[in-house]
Design a protein around this ligand. Structure first.
Ligand SMILES: Nc1ncnc2c1ncn2[C@@H]1O[C@H](COP(=O)(O)OP(=O)(O)OP(=O)(O)O)[C@@H](O)[C@H]1O
Ligand SMILES: [Mg+2]
Ligand SMILES: [Zn+2]
Length: 331
């Protein structure tokens, strides 16, 4: 799950709707009170006149300060009068104030020039929900993972694929159940269609439900987004790199399929190295084996992967194909 501009935009929409609702409610209350308590209606009219007066004084210039101060005092007294009248009539004193969901940003989503925390946390929630609703995510749980697809097959070294994949499966399940923000990092490697993405998402599912922040996407998508923001082509507000470095669990799918630019190389190094130093777990899936990793990545990246990640090899026959054959046999 990567938090993208899309979720930020949707969160902004929701928040601005909150602001509209808050203002509407305020106006309805105004009307209600003005009919119920005529004295307040009177005061409001006076306040409106006062504010016109202030604007006129400012426009005309001269020594405005004493006049404005006098009017402000009048204003304050009027507000206190309103509050008194409200409580006398059985209303809360703040009944006519605008009630925002987030008082900090008054439901604008911004605190000065930065995103308010109400906005970023809402966007993260939307992103999580989106992941939870993607078909792939729903289908990829531990309960839908079957070991039958690995039976009667031998690894190149002659071992049982079933036994090997059973260990992988049990490890992943245990990893998810015991997850903490200091869990070890994992590297899943193997040929296509063997269940790497499936088990990564199964882990994400469980870890998200425990309330941890999880980011899942392909290496290409992550790197493109970081590149876009780095070269100033992002929305200028989202900091994907920061999210990548700080989330509780980062899942990078399909490492090795990205272009081999200097920028990507140094970004992969940065992400792996920083998270390692912060003791934060990362799960990487790749079609590359040990040799492939050594060939595609410089030594600084490869050696960190080899020493800090638990390697799990996925073996067997492409489950996509097996499932397709199953379908065809069913007719
Ligand atoms: N053991 C399994 N039980 C049930 N479904 C599986 C199993 N393994 C894989 N699948 C399903 O087969 C498809 C391919 O699996 P997946 O995407 O996890 O493979 P992968 O190892 O990530 O492949 P690639 O290297 O191409 O990304 C998915 O739809 C997945 O849900
Ligand atoms: Mg995959
Ligand atoms: Zn806010």
């Amino acid at each position: 799950m990567s938090m993208k501009e899309e979720q930020i935009q949707r969160a902004l929409q929701i928040i601005s709707q909150r602001r509209i609702t808050a203002k509407q409610q305020n106006e309805e209350r105004m009307q209600e009170i003005e009919t119920r308590i005529p004295a307040i209606s009177e005061i409001n009219m006076q306040l409106a006149r006062t504010s016109m007066e202030v604007m006129r004084i400012i426009r005309d210039g001269g020594d405005t300060r004493p006049k404005i101060e006098a009017l402000q005092k009048q204003n304050l007294q009027a507000h206190q009068m309103v509050q008194k009248l409200l409580t006398q009539n059985g209303y809360p004193a703040d009944y006519l104030e605008i009630h925002y969901t987030c008082e900090k940003c008054q439901d604008t989503g911004y605190c000065r020039t930065k995103f308010c925390t109400c906005l970023t946390s809402l966007a993260a929630k939307l992103a999580t929900e989106e992941l939870n609703h993607s078909a792939q995510f729903e289908l990829s749980s531990f309960s839908t993972f079957s070991l039958k697809y690995y039976s009667n097959q031998r690894t190149a070294a002659g071992g049982s694929c079933y036994a090997a994949m059973e260990r992988v499966f049990l490890f992943c399940q245990e990893y998810a159940n015991q997850f903490t923000s200091e869990s070890p990092s994992i590297l899943m490697f193997g040929k296509t269609g063997l269940g790497k993405t499936h088990l990564s998402l199964a882990i994400a599912n469980v870890v998200l439900q425990k309330g941890y922040s999880v980011l899942y996407d392909s290496a290409i998508n992550f790197l493109r987004q970081v590149e876009k923001e780095h070269f100033g082509r992002g929305d200028g507000n989202t900091d994907t790199l920061d999210l990548l470095l700080s989330c509780d669990l980062l899942i990078i799918d399909d490492l090795g399929t990205e272009f081999h630019t200097q920028f990507y190389q140094s970004m992969v190094y940065n992400i792996i190295n920083t998270r390692m130093n912060r003791k934060k777990p990362t799960i990487i899936s790749t079609n590359l084996d040990y040799d492939g990793i050594s060939r595609q990545y410089d030594e600084r990246v490869a050696s960190r992967l080899f020493t800090n990640y638990t390697f799990w090899q996925f073996v067997g026959t492409d489950v996509r194909l097996l499932k397709k054959q199953e379908e065809q046999q069913k007719g």
